[in-house]
Design a protein around this ligand. Structure first.
Ligand SMILES: [Zn+2]
Length: 143
């Protein structure tokens, strides 16, 4: 009998997980549509589409674990920043659910890499934006 390696062992798992984060981070988004009530975009051969809700999120942005909603914080008012947050949350929600990733160590990193490319394409300063977001989070993030 030929010996067959198991499909998954701990070593494979540890090697595989960083590469899926890298791969998903490099996957481009396209056909972004945002109207303040919904966000949709093409990503990795899928069309993602979520309802957008403005609320006090405690995290600048967030997404529903049980429905198809993404949230942006009520203290944000720049339309490009709001769209940017919603793209981030949409990607983060999708990769968490589709690939069973950990939000803090994996999905957030993927969402941030994709969001950063989108943001810079709009000729905006990523550093300034992150300062703004950190400021909102410091002032309102502990609700
Ligand atoms: Zn995130």
């Amino acid at each position: 009998m030929p010996s067959v390696r198991p499909f998954f062992n701990v070593q494979d798992f540890l090697l595989f997980m960083p590469s899926i984060v890298q791969k998903l981070s490099q996957t481009p988004i396209s056909k972004v549509k945002f109207d303040g009530k919904s966000v949709s975009l093409d990503y990795g051969g899928k069309r993602l589409s979520y309802a957008v809700v403005k609320r006090n999120t405690c995290f600048v942005g967030n997404w529903s674990r049980s429905s198809t909603e993404v949230y942006y914080d009520a203290h944000l008012n720049d339309p490009v920043e709001i769209e940017s947050i919603c793209i981030h949350e949409a990607v983060e929600k999708y990769v968490t659910e589709a690939f069973k990733l950990d939000v803090d160590t994996q999905s957030h990193r993927i969402a941030q890499a994709i969001e950063k490319r989108w943001f810079q394409k709009h000729r905006r300063s990523w550093a300034y934006y992150n300062k703004q977001v950190t400021k909102i989070w410091r002032e309102h993030g502990s609700c």
